[in-house]
Design a protein around this ligand. Structure first.
Ligand code: IYR
Length: 222
């Protein structure tokens, strides 16, 4: 067992109430502009922007601080092509056979289909892997706790960081995603959690007309 060590909380600085109110409102005003985009430009994006977004994501809290994630950033056109082929094969199965009518009806307002050209067009595909357990260099397993919750939080921060950097993203979840372990050569303790497509939106990008649920419906103050 390792004994805890503590240092003063030096990164926190208190803000005035007015500044907190303004910042909270401003942040909402900015994040509410985020839209999931399915039409990307092929314009390149400097890699350090993506690196910073991933560094931000990796500050997420995680179960027992195990940080049960790995991010694979794909810009190589050949690998993107293989990911697109793998994803579209699964998606065709999904749309033509696996999905229930209820599921297809729920997706109808989004206008999605099995064609995923953005997987080749966008400059970056970030594949987020969740590690169900860790592996020490000698092969021993380290237990991970709340891996899904932890990776979900990190992914939320990643999406927010990408938006705040001025780029668009798409959360994409071909299912099943096992083909990504093979293409990206990831070990068996990692499962693909989500694919985040990142880049500039196409100049003629459109987004579906959808709405967020009313605040009163999603919150209860007691
Ligand atoms: N994975 C499919 C289907 C899909 C499922 C959900 I739930 C979505 O919110 C969107 C799409 C696809 O990517 O098209």
């Amino acid at each position: 067992m390792t004994a805890p060590q503590f240092v003063p909380l030096s990164g926190y600085s208190e803000l005035s109430t007015e500044l907190m109110q303004r910042r909270a409102a401003d942040f909402y005003g900015d994040i509410r502009r985020r839209r999931t985009v399915r039409h990307f430009s092929d314009r390149t994006v400097p890699r350090d922007i993506i690196e910073h977004c991933i560094r931000a994501a990796a500050t997420a809290p995680s179960g027992a601080n195990m940080q049960p994630w790995h991010f694979v950033v794909v810009s190589d056109p050949t690998i993107k092509q293989r990911i697109r082929a793998g994803a579209e094969a699964e998606e065709r199965e999904f749309y033509e056979r696996r999905a229930s009518q209820e599921w297809l009806d729920a997706l109808a307002p989004l206008g999605t289909d099995a064609e995923k050209p953005f997987l080749e067009t966008a400059p970056y595909i970030i594949v987020v892997f969740a590690q169900s357990y860790g592996l020490l260099p000698d092969g021993r397993r380290v237990k991970h706790y709340y891996a899904s919750e932890s990776v979900g939080i990190a992914t939320g921060i990643l999406i927010t960081a990408v938006h705040q950097a001025g780029l668009a993203s798409l959360t994409h979840t071909p299912s099943p995603m096992g083909f990504l372990n093979e293409i990206l050569d990831r070990p068996s303790n990692e499962r693909p959690y989500l694919v985040l497509v990142v880049g500039y939106p196409a100049t003629d990008a459109v987004v579906p007309v959808i709405a967020k649920r009313p605040f009163e419906e999603i919150v209860t103050f007691l």
